[in-house]
Design a binder for this molecule. Sequence first.
Ligand SMILES: Cc1cc2nc3c(=O)[nH]c(=O)nc-3n(C[C@H](O)[C@H](O)[C@H](O)COP(=O)(O)OP(=O)(O)OC[C@H]3O[C@@H](n4cnc5c(N)ncnc54)[C@H](O)[C@@H]3O)c2cc1C
Length: 441
Amino acid sequence: MQKMSNISEMKWDVVIIGAGIAGLTASVYLARAGRKVLLLERAEEPGGRAASKNIADAWINLGPHALYKSACGILQEVGVTPTGATPKPNSLLVYKKTKGGDVALPLFQFLLGSFLKWSEKTQLIRFYAQMQKEDTSILQNINLQKYLETRLPSPRVRNAVLALVRTSTYCSAPDLLSAGAAIAQLQNGQVLYVDGGWRTLVDALKEQALAAGVTIQCGCSARTIAGSEPEMIVSLKDGTILKTHYVLSTLGPKESLALLDPALQPEEAAMFERLVPIRAACLDLVMAEMPKPKTTFAMGADYPWYFSNHSAIAKFSDNPKQMVVHVMKYLRPGADSNAKQDEQELEQFLDLIQPGWRLHVIQRRFLPHLLVSHAVVAAASGGYSGRPGPVVKGRKGLFVAGDWVGAEGMLLGASLASAKSAAQCILKDKDHNKVGDSLGA
Ligand SMILES: Cc1cc2nc3c(=O)[nH]c(=O)nc-3n(C[C@H](O)[C@H](O)[C@H](O)COP(=O)(O)OP(=O)(O)OC[C@H]3O[C@@H](n4cnc5c(N)ncnc54)[C@H](O)[C@@H]3O)c2cc1C
């Protein structure tokens, strides 16, 4: 950490607000290209939603995190090679029974047993064959509900596919979600559970950023962004004033708007304001053992539920007797939720698939309303092309990055793609003069 007085005397090429994975990644690209970069983080440590916490000697992510292999390319470009393993597709699917109660079906039984009629099985097989070849660019403005209803008349088959879509998008609103974006996410479905949790990605990115010469200041909260390129000013909550050519905000759309002084024109701001965030209720557990150790993954078909024993796949603790298990309810975007009810629902889900689980809990943490992503990729606004940025129209010198930005990817994939793209836009700016010196010099 540098003294704030030193930092405010400099003129920076780029001030990046937020040291989550997007901010850290953009900082590496910019600093390696010779830009003088200041990365500001409100919390005491970098990481944001990718932070993991040590609980009872195990590293636990903020709810279940799986790294899409398609996101690994950018991480590798900035010098980060994640290690971990890929979960096997041996799931349970939970359905409501017609006469009351629930049933948890192993995947092989669902596919090969008598639960589905022959005609339903052929629907599913045909759907999968077509889905792999689908041109997702022409499905961006069709909602997933409509897309599936025309292809999968059986509600049971449709709900099984929706369970998979929820797992890969975290979105429990098929009537809002773009079919093109959802199918693209299924097409590049391979994931990695990262050994040691996502903090290992954050630590490795921080190391690369520092090696490239980025100045990282934690415990610094940005309050306003004023001016436009080449004279932009970022003020901090403690009153410090920072001067810079460019600003990259990696905060959410509404948080980014709230910093702007003056505000954006209404039509520009509307692009940010209409985005609907995705949230989840997460029950994170450190377990001594699991009553049914072979059940390592389960999804609700008739319910928005997820269960995964992440320790069955990757390593989160040096103690072989500790397991990190994540249970989650996907919350409907934009709707109210009841934390108590959601927690009870998740406990009942566990009672069904892991009866007696309570006896083996070492630590539990319930996070009722976690922000997973700042935006549903919405069919109504054209899918990916309806997301703003990374160039902010109407404020020269201001850029944004995050999981709500740009025309590529979802979740961390979008954060990384937009971080790289924002850095490239800044580096390409013709008017730019690299400063690399202090105002006082
Ligand atoms: C439960 C859950 C499960 C998830 N699962 C997956 C998954 O399986 N796969 C996947 O790809 N993604 C997943 N994600 C999403 C993924 O974690 C995020 O997309 C990614 O971490 C976002 O990184 P970011 O840098 O864009 O944003 P953030 O991590 O939100 O970083 C923004 C940073 O800005 C800081 N900040 C805020 N305000 C200020 C201010 N005024 N001044 C300075 N700093 C400020 C914050 O403290 C934060 O560190 C999941 C998220 C959650 C919560």
